[in-house]
Design a protein around this ligand. Structure first.
Ligand SMILES: Nc1ncnc2c1ncn2[C@@H]1O[C@H](COP(=O)(O)OP(=O)(O)OP(=O)(O)O)[C@@H](O)[C@H]1O
Length: 253
């Protein structure tokens, strides 16, 4: 189990606050989605949670300890961070990347790399040069490299961006399963999947948190349409509130 608390966090980039006075409590377990329009500060917040050093005011606490004071090796064992983009400029294969990921933590069982390759659907492709993998295959390999150690906390920035819909749904199911016993924080642009699968949502705009709670609470806040500048329709499936852009409104308008 792990707990991340963010206390009045402000991060400046390019002379302005791109994360502005954010206070959040993220207790484990659970799947938390960070949503918001482009430039809202989601990735900057996710990186700060993962311990990226840099000038800031306020604090990110991991189990009550300021993340800035935790040794990198210890942090790597506790938090797996999947960046939005990753472009190796050396010759690497998926197997090498996943094996490197496995070295972040002690006690990773023998066979974990092979199992992760299989679970990521990369059997037969794991020894190919990185550039020969498709965008979706690379995304699966990256996620496997981060989750191979089964960290108590996974922070993933748009992990499904290059996946087709079947794989995106499979990914969300996997994150939700992981979120039953771990803390999973993921930046998401697909609001339908975010509202359907996440336990909690954090809606950001202009560096601040404008709504936070269960998907039903965030939808009920009425801020989604305002923040994204679009019209949403909501549906309730089996007690879950799912929001999606009302595409029909635009086709007819
Ligand atoms: N080094 C930097 N210098 C200047 N501005 C920066 C820097 N890093 C980030 N920003 C700005 O900070 C804001 C927040 O960026 P961030 O990547 O956190 O947004 P985001 O919500 O993840 O966006 P997206 O959905 O487009 O990925 C953006 O306006 C970005 O241009």
């Amino acid at each position: 189990m792990i707990r991340i608390d963010i206390a009045d966090l402000t991060i400046h980039r390019g002379g302005r606050a791109v994360v502005a006075g954010v206070t959040l409590a993220l207790p484990s377990p659970g799947l938390v989605g960070i949503i918001g329009p482009n430039g809202a500060g989601k990735s900057t917040l996710a990186r700060a949670m993962a311990g990226q050093p840099g000038a800031r005011t306020g604090r990110v606490l991991v189990d009550g300890t300021d993340v800035a004071t935790i040794a990198p090796a210890r942090l790597a064992e506790r938090i797996g961070y999947l960046p939005q983009t990753f472009q190796p400029h050396w010759d690497i294969t998926a197997r090498m990347l996943i094996a490197l990921g496995a070295r972040r933590a002690a006690g990773v069982p023998p066979g974990a790399v092979e199992a992760a390759i299989g679970a990521a659907g990369l059997t037969g492709k794991a020894d190919r040069p990185w550039p020969s993998l498709s965008g979706g295959e690379r995304a699966q390999a990256l996620l496997a490299a981060v989750t191979v150690t089964d960290p108590p906390c996974l922070i993933a920035d748009e992990p499904g961006a290059s996946l087709d819909i079947r794989h995106r749904i499979a990914l969300m199911r996997d994150l939700r399963r992981r979120g039953r016993t771990r803390l999973v924080v993921t930046v998401l642009h697909d609001l339908e999947l975010a509202t359907a699968f996440c336990d909690r949502l954090v809606l950001m705009e202009g560096g601040g948190v404008v709504a936070e709670g269960t998907p039903a609470e965030v939808v009920a806040s009425g801020r989604l349409g305002e923040v994204f500048g679009t019209v949403f329709e909501t549906a309730v499936h089996g007690g879950l509130t799912v929001a999606r852009p009302a595409i029909g409104e635009f086709l007819c308008g």
